[in-house]
Design a protein around this ligand. Sequence first.
Ligand SMILES: NC(=O)c1ccc[n+]([C@@H]2O[C@H](COP(=O)([O-])OP(=O)(O)OC[C@H]3O[C@@H](n4cnc5c(N)ncnc54)[C@H](O)[C@@H]3O)[C@@H](O)[C@H]2O)c1
Ligand SMILES: CC(C)[C@H](C(=O)O)[C@@H](O)C(=O)O
Ligand SMILES: [Mg+2]
Length: 350
Amino acid sequence: MSLSVCILPGDGIGPEVTASAVRVLQQVCENAGTSLETASQPFGGAAIDTTGEPLPPATLEACKAADGVLLGAVGGPQYDAAARAGAPRPEQGLLALRQEMGLFANLRPSRLFPTLEGASPLREKIVRGTDILVVRELTGGLYFGDRREGDEEALDTLPYSRAEIERVAWTAFEAARGRRGKLCSVDKANVLASSRLWRKVIDDVSADFPEVEVKHVLVDAMAMHLVTRPSSFDVVVTENLFGDILSDELSAVVGSIGLAPSASLGAPDTPGVFEPIHGSAPDIAGTGKANPIGTILSAAMLLRFAAGMEDAAKSIEDAVETVLREGLRPFDLGGTAGTEDVTAAILKAL
Ligand SMILES: NC(=O)c1ccc[n+]([C@@H]2O[C@H](COP(=O)([O-])OP(=O)(O)OC[C@H]3O[C@@H](n4cnc5c(N)ncnc54)[C@H](O)[C@@H]3O)[C@@H](O)[C@H]2O)c1
Ligand SMILES: CC(C)[C@H](C(=O)O)[C@@H](O)C(=O)O
Ligand SMILES: [Mg+2]
């Protein structure tokens, strides 16, 4: 079997964490007898530097032609001044990639590694057993609505169609059916019209999933529930911006943002994009302190979703669990293990 992966290192710590994950992919593919082909493409700020645009057409083409895409992160303060003067932002490349590839469902799992119970900023009793899958709608809502930007007035809009909500609802209900059978839909239906449509469509789709228990929770209360009783949730489905914010919050609840992976998926035959949920972390870029685990776990999701290599994916997840159980602690978990230490330990555990 062969697997082709397009690598988008991007900016800041992006190239550091993707390099780690590629080494892990190489090792598990070798163990599985799979021939792995990887090729890096310019993306984000790095692509603006060389081509003037954050998503060059050749990069998009390479992504579409691959079995899966592994992405680091984009952005950095060095692009702000030029963007204010009208140049594109690195982040626009990310949004264009998601839209061009039709990646409407972003799966962001947050599972507490039992060995990290004491490493969470919350009391052990509260976080114990936390295992949540956030299904974040990724190509609609505030990010893609009509926008007007002026010096005196600015406008962002939050549009959703029934079809856009339905397809991500199906992803979430199917995930809940395969897990613990509970779905929490998060919205702001007491204020937003788009949320009232969201709620109606979730209820309509629920008729096809009688075995899934559905609850609706307002997003402000949800931000609170996630720190007071995170272990009571299973699958959480929500619109683009709410999902962006709640998944960063959850990553800290179970330990740290450096641990959190994601899979962005579209129609069955389109390649997915796999990336950690964190950004380019300009404050630690180049120091060797970046935690590569979120990207390594994203590579595991790539093997699972893009190649059906469940055993190989599980072997990566087990190796991460092993090194944490043995006491390895990256900087973002209060330890002193740098990118290279973490990568070497995971490779050894594999
Ligand atoms: N998917 C993406 O490419 C993505 C996601 C989020 C933010 N961004 C961009 O990244 C830039 C920086 O954004 P930010 O600072 O708000 O968020 P960030 O996620 O880059 O960093 C937030 C904090 O978490 C720490 N952190 C993040 N990842 C870490 C890791 N792997 N190991 C250790 N510590 C880690 C950083 O050092 C920082 O203190 C911005 O330009 C933003 O737009 C990109
Ligand atoms: C960089 C930004 C556009 C992006 C988002 O908001 O989706 C990031 O925060 C993420 O979570 O992937
Ligand atoms: Mg985010």
